[in-house]
Design a protein around this ligand. Structure first.
Ligand SMILES: Cc1cc2nc3c(=O)[nH]c(=O)nc-3n(C[C@H](O)[C@H](O)[C@H](O)COP(=O)(O)OP(=O)(O)OC[C@H]3O[C@@H](n4cnc5c(N)ncnc54)[C@H](O)[C@@H]3O)c2cc1C
Length: 415
């Protein structure tokens, strides 16, 4: 079957890979000049199965109110006159109900466990290199009350077979010796030994190269303008390339355009609650290897990921509901740098960093939308929010199964 994938982020590229492996004739198009240049470009780099709990949880509303208007807030709502933003916000509040959080966490967790296994298998099969490390993720706490409440999360993860444990401050230093220089007091941590990290952009770029060898065609600098329908099927995609309009057709279409997916789906009557949640990262060359972490760190209180990518340190975090504005806020980047400087004072030169902002394609529940729409040949793999890199391989493998009329190997609420 001819499959046209719209979007060459980490989700579109992994989908293309598994679709090609399933025997389909695959073409991927993207408005950028290469794979992985938008949200997948400089994210936190974590394959964080242990962090499956969504932002929408019972504790979130109180925190959001406390942080309102604070420029350095980890989670900031910038209210706009945008109906989609308000309706997303209301659905987010609904997803904060305890039973919704439990169900969402479980769904994401199952997909994340499957996804990590698929990533490991892909690495074994292809030898793909992307500055990856399998040293686990250490989720450090600086607030005693929050640390105590993390024990329930650990119990839940243990019951799903994850290698997660609660660690004392002394054990934390043994796991990541560079934390000995921290100027913030670490009261404890949870350590997910099986979690991983790596550069999602490098991965997307290299997997696109490998997919090309498998026969996948990539068309870059192609802007998707709309889907064309005929009865209960999609008959083509209107695109603009080289200043001209064309129509591309295939047997099946897969939309993986992240936060921009609703713009092509809504006009054909497919309404998806995907809205951008902006985040930032800063990246710098490591100055002193022993002063920088080689275990991936999540600072639970600052909501910042610190990830070693080869000889670089990536520091990423913050969430801002601010529509499609992807401009860089110096204040928010400085907030990340100041916090990490307190934890790893000599790791990098914090005055000389590469700044980046990306739009997480978030659903209110953080559960991605994977599966077929009410059109017989229109599929979605989008809305991966905070965990698109973690979930990419599992989502790609599952959508390839669904397009091939096979049951995916993972239990998940597919569309
Ligand atoms: C600060 C930050 C930190 C993060 N940290 C992590 C982390 O540590 N671990 C993790 O798992 N996830 C993390 N994420 C989330 C992760 O980066 C995303 O979920 C993931 O990159 C989404 O991948 P995607 O392929 O759906 O989107 P994208 O990479 O944005 O791909 C979508 C593609 O669609 C193309 N496109 C859109 N519109 C059009 C159009 N009209 N025509 C043609 N092409 C179009 C774009 O050019 C783009 O290439 C983080 C995100 C941010 C912002």
């Amino acid at each position: 079957m001819k499959v046209l994938v719209l979007g060459a982020g980490v989700v579109g590229v992994t989908s293309a890979w598994y679709l090609a492996k399933a025997g389909h004739e695959v073409t991927v198009i993207d408005r950028e000049s290469a794979a992985g240049l938008e949200t997948s470009f400089a994210n936190g780099g974590q394959i964080s199965v242990s962090q499956a709990e969504p932002w929408a949880n019972p504790g979130a509303p109180a925190k959001i109110i406390k942080w309102l208007g604070r420029e350095d807030a980890p989670l900031l709502f910038r209210m706009r006159a945008d109906l989609r933003q308000w309706s997303w916000g209301l659905r987010f509040l609904f997803e904060c109900l305890p039973w919704r959080t439990r169900a969402n966490t479980l769904n994401v967790l199952r997909l994340a466990i499957y996804s990590r296994a698929r990533l490991q298998a892909l690495r074994g099969d292809t030898g793909i290199e992307y500055d990856h490390l399998s040293n686990g993720i250490l989720q450090i706490h600086t607030d005693q009350k929050e640390f105590e409440s993390s024990r329930a999360r650990v119990q839940m993860l243990l019951s799903h077979g994850l290698a997660v444990s609660v660690r004392s401050p002394a054990e934390v230093i043994r796991i990541e010796p560079a934390l000995r220089d921290s100027q913030v007091r670490i009261v404890g941590a949870t350590y997910a030994a099986d979690d991983e990290s790596g550069d999602a952009h490098l991965f997307s770029e290299r997997l696109a190269e490998l997919a090309t060898k498998e026969g996948v065609s990539f068309g870059y600098d192609v802007e998707v303008e709309g889907l064309l329908k005929e009865g209960d099927a999609i008959s083509g995609v209107a695109v603009r390339a080289g200043g001209r309009r064309h129509v591309l057709s295939a047997d099946a279409y897969l939309v993986s355009m992240a936060s921009y997916s609703p713009f092509v789906l809504a006009p054909v009557g497919v309404n998806v609650p995907v809205y951008p949640v902006k985040g930032y990262s800063i990246t710098a060359p490591v100055k002193q290897a022993a002063a920088a972490p080689s275990v991936c760190i999540t600072d639970e209180n600052g909501k910042i990921a610190m990830t070693r990518l080869g000889d670089r340190l990536r520091m990423a975090g913050t969430a801002e509901l601010a529509s499609y504005d992807a401009s860089i806020s110096e204040a928010r980047c400085a907030g990340i740098a100041n916090r990490v400087r307190q934890i790893f004072p000599d790791a990098v030169d914090y005055t000389n960093v590469k700044k980046w902002a990306g739009l997480r394609p978030a659903t209110p529940s953080n559960v991605p939308l994977i599966g077929r729409t009410h059109y017989s040949n229109l599929y979605l793999n989008t809305g991966h929010g905070t965990l698109g890199w973690t979930l990419a391989c599992g989502s790609g493998a599952a959508i390839a199964d669904l397009v091939s009329q096979r049951s995916p190997e993972v239990e998940f609420p597919f569309l």
